[in-house]
Design a protein around this ligand. Structure first.
Ligand SMILES: CC(C)(COP(=O)(O)OP(=O)(O)OC[C@H]1O[C@@H](n2cnc3c(N)ncnc32)[C@H](O)[C@@H]1OP(=O)(O)O)[C@@H](O)C(=O)NCCC(=O)NCCS
Length: 138
């Protein structure tokens, strides 16, 4: 069962390590190596806009919406089990105006957002813009 929880300080290092994980970096626009100190500063500001997904009390993925821009990642060991879908649905309940900017060729991310009722509404700076179909017109 997937549980959605607030991104309390218990999970800040999980989020950092997952974002730094070479196995997921290809899905993002930028390759990063975030230090603990950088993560502390970032999370002090933005933790309230992040959620984590837990499976059997273990963190399995995270999502956040900053300036209505969604970032999402599922740990490789938990991919394909509905974690991303649960996170996006929870993010959209809390931050309903959010949209996704997807790197062309990130088929997993495109499939995830389509499965969550998004559609592509355009392109900007070389990224595909996806909005929830019911909100796309507004
Ligand atoms: C994109 C990502 C978050 C998907 O997470 P996930 O937990 O594996 O996704 P889910 O299991 O919830 O799948 C949701 C839907 O997307 C589809 N999907 C997920 N990964 C897929 C893949 N690799 N290929 C095709 N479809 C895929 C699933 O089939 C599912 O659709 P369905 O319910 O109709 O079967 C995950 O692959 C990831 O973390 N990638 C690296 C980071 C990244 O690219 N983040 C996005 C930046 S915009």
């Amino acid at each position: 069962m997937i549980e959605i929880a607030a991104a309390s300080c218990l999970y800040h290092d999980f989020i950092r390590q997952l974002r730094n994980d070479q196995r997921v970096q290809g899905g993002f626009l930028e390759h990063v190596s975030i230090s603990s100190a950088q993560q502390d500063v970032y999370m002090t500001k933005f933790a309230s806009r992040y959620l984590v997904a837990l499976i059997a009390d273990q963190p399995a993925g995270y999502a956040g919406s900053i300036d209505n821009d969604i970032r999402v990642c599922t740990h490789p060991e938990f991919q394909g089990r509905g974690v991303g879908r649960a996170l996006i649905n929870a993010i959209m309940e809390r931050f309903p105006e959010s949209q996704a900017r997807i790197k062309p060729g990130n088929h997993a991310s495109e499939a995830l957002f389509l499965a969550c009722g998004f559609k592509q509404v355009g392109e900007s700076d070389g990224l595909l813009i996806f909005r929830r179909a019911d909100l796309a017109a507004g």
